[in-house]
Ligand binder design. Structure first.
Ligand code: PGA
Length: 267
């Protein structure tokens, strides 16, 4: 079962997620991070920036990207990652990859992306948000649990959810290229974050429901190293919330330093 940590709010969750990442990067300065876009990880990036770590050797692989936006479009995930992660955290732009950004044929971009991840030694830690459809990355319901990076069609729900970033719904692309569920499951560790009531249903299904392609995030149940960090609102539909709280409060001493920044930086 995934380790589920229920935190009071998004900021506290971001601090906890950042502590995990900081610990990894301190041990492995050229760690490979799987980067989620969207609003969810922003508190994590903000908390991570406060460590002041040198992240210039960290390598990054984005989860997904729209297909069909003009190069340099401010809402392309490459640009969003540059703005929200790469620049503020001091990552090296050349070390951050986004599916489909190598200028080659989009139809075969997925295979090249898989190869690039493999060549980097695989993803050490994959940060994930969850969509209201239960997607992770842009793996919408019906995605094969073994899927690899490929071009997909977005659901209307996801397009509507993301329309807030565009001038109109019409501008939201219909296609995307995303790491598959199989790609995500190859990462050594998964960190799934969710804030707010709107995510509660999908989150509960992902963590406690059956593993099914109909709820792609449920694929995380197949992974041996998963931490789910949720605020109270996103946790509101979890059946075993009391147990998760109990387990976290009574976590063994050797696991207690997760949320203590000083233990990460050695300060
Ligand atoms: P959000 O998106 O972080 O903007 O809520 C998550 C997702 O759709 O995967």
């Amino acid at each position: 079962m995934a380790e589920v940590v229920i935190v009071p709010d998004e900021r506290a969750g971001g601090r906890l997620a950042a502590a995990r990442i900081a610990r990894l990067v301190t041990a492995k300065p050229d760690a490979v991070l799987g980067l989620a876009t969207g609003a969810t990880p922003l508190s994590t990036w903000a908390a991570l920036a406060e460590y002041g770590l040198d992240l210039s050797r960290v390598r990054g692989f984005a989860l997904d990207e729209y297909v069909g936006l003009p190069a340099g479009h401010p809402e392309s995930y490459r640009e969003v990652l540059m703005r929200t992660v790469v620049k503020p955290l001091g990552l090296s732009p050349d070390l951050v990859h986004v599916p489909g950004d190598d200028g080659g044929d989009i139809a075969t971009a997925g295979q090249r992306y898989e190869e690039a991840i493999r060549a980097a030694g695989g993803v050490d830690l994959q940060v994930l948000g969850i969509g209201r459809t239960g997607h992770i990355g842009f793996n919408e319901p019906g995605s094969s649990l073994a899927s690899l990076t490929r071009v997909k069609t977005l659901t209307e729900q996801t397009r509507r959810d993301n329309a807030r970033f565009f001038a109109s719904l019409d501008e939201v692309p219909r296609h995307c290229i995303t790491q598959g569920l199989g790609t995500i499951l190859r990462a050594r560790e998964l960190l799934l974050l969710a804030w707010g009531e709107a995510k509660a249903e999908a989150l509960a299904a992902a963590v406690e429901g059956p593993v099914t392609a109909s709820l792609p995030a449920s694929a995380i149940q197949l992974h041996p190293e998963v931490t789910v960090i949720v605020d109270e609102a996103a946790a509101s539909r979890l059946r075993f919330a009391d147990y998760y709280r109990y387990a976290w409060e009574n976590r063994p001493d050797w696991a207690r330093d997760e949320d203590l920044p000083s233990s990460v930086t050695g300060a």
